[in-house]
Design a binder for this molecule. Structure first.
Ligand SMILES: Cc1cc2nc3c(=O)[nH]c(=O)nc-3n(C[C@H](O)[C@H](O)[C@H](O)COP(=O)(O)O)c2cc1C
Length: 282
């Protein structure tokens, strides 16, 4: 499968084919197709990289895209730490284990929900900044960081790089904070590996739920369609078989991931940890 020079999209994938891989039999008229849609619909997480550094201008273009994302009330309550040093990446990989792609990717971006800068701004303006003490502000910062990061993902992918989010940053947030020298009221919501994909490791487009389950018109549609879920399970089984993964479908795997507090693998204690990192979450 040959890749086009400017994207991770196989040159042969037509718009209809990209939609088929993502949504199965559902068809959407692609008359309004464009390169932005192509970049987003061709997305796949990349977990194997070439040992080729990411040029600084490419990093800075990706961050410029991130900075161009909408931000709640203009607060820009996020920051990002770019980590290239192999020893520091190894420490973070250990804290987010098992995510070996943090070692394989030359660049690891750690995205922060960051209220620390706003606290300083408040104090410099003679205010306590008590508005930062509420759950709303933490949520807002996490939303801002997520929107920024996803803009960067689309930008990097459009430049032929691959990425993979790393939620494992939340396995040991206090230790991650120590490795990165984070100030109070900043929290690593996730990491993002960035690099040039290893072309010898094929990564296919992962199917998503049928639109009938996610797109509600006017009001939320219930009951949940068992037929739609079953059809998605079948598509995921086909994908898993083609990728050489354990064939388990989707519903069973997801039910396991949310079965109980233990399934969160330590992240069930996040509220206390986030409070220990300076957020009040009132
Ligand atoms: C916030 C977030 C955290 C994630 N954390 C991890 C992770 O720790 N390790 C990993 O391999 N993939 C991680 N992923 C990638 C998802 O597994 C992946 O996006 C999902 O399976 C869909 O596959 P796709 O991105 O190839 O379409 C994460 C994705 C998101 C959005």
């Amino acid at each position: 499968m040959s890749l086009s020079p400017h994207s991770a999209v196989p040159a042969s994938d037509t718009p209809a084919e990209l939609i088929r891989q993502r949504l199965g039999a559902e068809t959407i008229d692609t008359e309004n197709w464009n390169s932005a849609l192509e970049a987003m619909l061709a997305h796949r997480s990349v977990r194997s990289y070439l040992p080729k550094p990411v040029p600084d201008d490419v990093l800075r273009l990706g961050i410029a895209a991130a900075q161009s994302a909408p931000t709640s009330s203009g607060l820009q309550a996020w920051s990002v730490v770019a980590v290239e040093d192999p020893a520091r990446r190894a420490k973070l990989a250990e804290l987010a284990s098992p995510n070996p792609q943090i070692l394989s990717a030359p660049l690891f971006l750690v995205w922060l929900a960051d209220l620390s800068r706003l606290r300083t701004v408040a104090v410099d303006n003679g205010k306590a900044g008590d508005g930062l003490d509420y759950l709303e502000s933490f949520l807002l910062a996490a939303i801002d960081a997520s929107l920024a990061a996803q803009n960067a993902v689309v930008a990097f992918e459009s430049l032929g790089l691959g990425t993979c989010y790393i939620g494992g940053m939340r396995n040991n947030p206090i230790d991650v904070g120590a490795v990165l020298g984070l100030p109070p009221e900043s929290f690593a919501v996730f990491g993002l590996t960035v690099g040039y994909p290893d072309p010898t490791v094929a990564t296919d487009i992962k199917p998503r739920l049928p639109q009938s389950l996610v797109l509600h018109r006017e009001t939320y549609q219930l009951p949940l369609s068992p037929v739609a879920l079953e059809s998605y399970d079948s598509r995921m089984q086909e994908f898993q078989a083609a990728q050489g993964m354990a064939v388990r479908g989707w519903t069973r795997v997801m039910a396991g991931r949310i079965a109980d507090a233990a399934a969160l693998k330590g992240r069930d204690r996040l509220k206390e940890i986030v409070r220990a990192m300076g957020f009040k979450l009132k």
